[in-house]
Design a protein around this ligand. Structure first.
Ligand SMILES: Nc1ncnc2c1ncn2[C@@H]1O[C@H](COP(=O)(O)OP(=O)(O)OP(=O)(O)O)[C@@H](O)[C@H]1O
Ligand SMILES: [Mg+2]
Length: 372
């Protein structure tokens, strides 16, 4: 699974960009503000139907323009390609197309194009609220288990109805939703537990390439131990009624990561914490590959500057082993280029929103090799 071509129109400072990407490594270089992250943002948007830099459409569309268009040709398997496209406009309804046909939900795009983003905000996975860790678990389950996405949607639909009934203090309606909510909530929780159990050894194997300790996951399923979700909903009813929302369930779940019974944030250095986050996300790609044969596309927006050469080499060797498509941005990536020059690497130079592919000669001269 990889993106063969990517076209971007009037998105951020990118006026019109057409890229033919390598199925392996793509290095995107340029000065600050050139438009490197915006290229990754365009890929992320094609996969998620939204940006990773906020939910408002207006800032994404180029100044003085009315709409933006993103298109890609996805190589799903050998000789099986599909085109996807997203159009967003300030005045009209947006459009999502897969294989030329309109589709209504961005979830269809997500299923087609699993994308993992690693950037400065990925720190939220450790230091942000529980929703970031729930998203991490749900990403893995959504892409590996076909039915999980539907279960998640149904659970949240019922949760919305129950919350609306709680707000209206319509007790009879609240109780009507309890059983379905409890049944789906239990299923979600048990799938998450299975996923954590399966992926934890893989996360630790990757983590150990950088650090000498093992870390542990503790899953807080979102309601009290020893109770079924139905029992918890019933015993918590008065509180929920007072709050006006459902305060227990898998939508309140969290993951606690610890080393020697202490929170990882209290133990690990900044560079080590970043590696832990990389381990969690790389493990998901490996697990996805092992379970489904599908690869995730990795978007690495500025590989952490605090990593020494040895860490960079470890990262590259893991990505090489996965044979995943990778898009990496940076101001100067010649040190990475040196590690992958034997692969069909593509390198793009971005300047004020204009992207130019670098020839092999350019690439070689960057790392001090002569072209001949
Ligand atoms: N709606 C918009 N229309 C036009 N230009 C925009 C819009 N939104 C952002 N920009 C500009 O587009 C560029 C986007 O930069 P981007 O974040 O992609 O840069 P970058 O190359 O990743 O830089 P850095 O190295 O600093 O991370 C910036 O110069 C920004 O000011
Ligand atoms: Mg950037």
């Amino acid at each position: 699974m990889s993106i063969k071509t990517l076209s971007i129109y009037t998105f951020r400072n990118l006026g019109e960009v057409h890229l033919s990407l390598s199925p392996f490594f793509n290095l995107i270089v340029g000065e600050n503000g050139a438009g490197k992250s915006s290229i990754l943002e365009a890929v992320y948007f094609l996969s998620h139907g939204r940006s990773f830099r906020g939910n408002i459409l207006d800032p994404l569309i180029q100044f003085q323009q009315e709409k933006m268009v993103l298109q890609a040709l996805i190589d799903i398997e050998k000789e099986n390609e599909v085109s996807i496209g997203v159009l967003k406009s300030l005045s009209e309804e947006g459009q999502i197309k897969i294989g030329g046909n309109s589709c209504r939900s961005a979830a269809e795009l997500a299923a087609l194009l699993p994308v993992q983003l690693l950037n400065a905000d990925s720190f939220d996975l450790l230091n942000g609220g529980p929703s970031f860790r729930r998203q991490w678990m749900d990403w893995g389950l959504f892409h590996v288990e076909q039915s999980y996405g539907e279960l998640w949607r149904q659970y949240h639909r019922i949760l919305k109805q129950r919350n609306a009934a709680l707000k209206k203090q319509d007790d009879a309606s609240v109780h009507c939703w309890d059983e379905a909510l409890a049944q789906m909530g239990e299923q979600m929780a048990s799938r998450r537990v299975d996923y954590i159990d399966a992926i934890m050894p893989l996360c630790n194997t990757l983590f150990s390439r950088f650090c000498d300790f093992s870390f542990y996951f503790q899953y807080d399923r979102g309601w009290g131990a020893g109770l079924s979700l139905m029992e918890a909903l019933k015993s918590n009813f008065n509180r929920d009624r007072y709050l006006g929302y459902t305060s227990l369930g898998p939508h309140r779940a969290d993951l606690c990561l610890s080393i020697e019974n202490k929170a990882v944030q209290a133990i690990l250095s900044r560079g080590q914490q970043k590696w832990l986050i990389y381990s969690l996300k790389l493990a998901q790609g490996l697990w996805l590959q092992a379970q489904t044969g599908k690869n995730s596309v990795y978007l690495l927006d500025d590989v952490p500057a605090e990593w020494d050469e040895q860490r960079q080499e470890v990262l590259i060797s893991i990505l090489r082993g996965m044979e995943a498509q990778v898009l990496i941005t940076g101001i100067d990536l010649s040190y990475l280029l040196e590690l992958i020059i034997d692969l069909p690497v593509k390198m793009f130079h971005v300047e004020r929103g204009v992207v130019k592919e670098q020839t092999l000669e350019n690439q070689l001269s960057l790392i001090g090799h002569s072209g001949g």
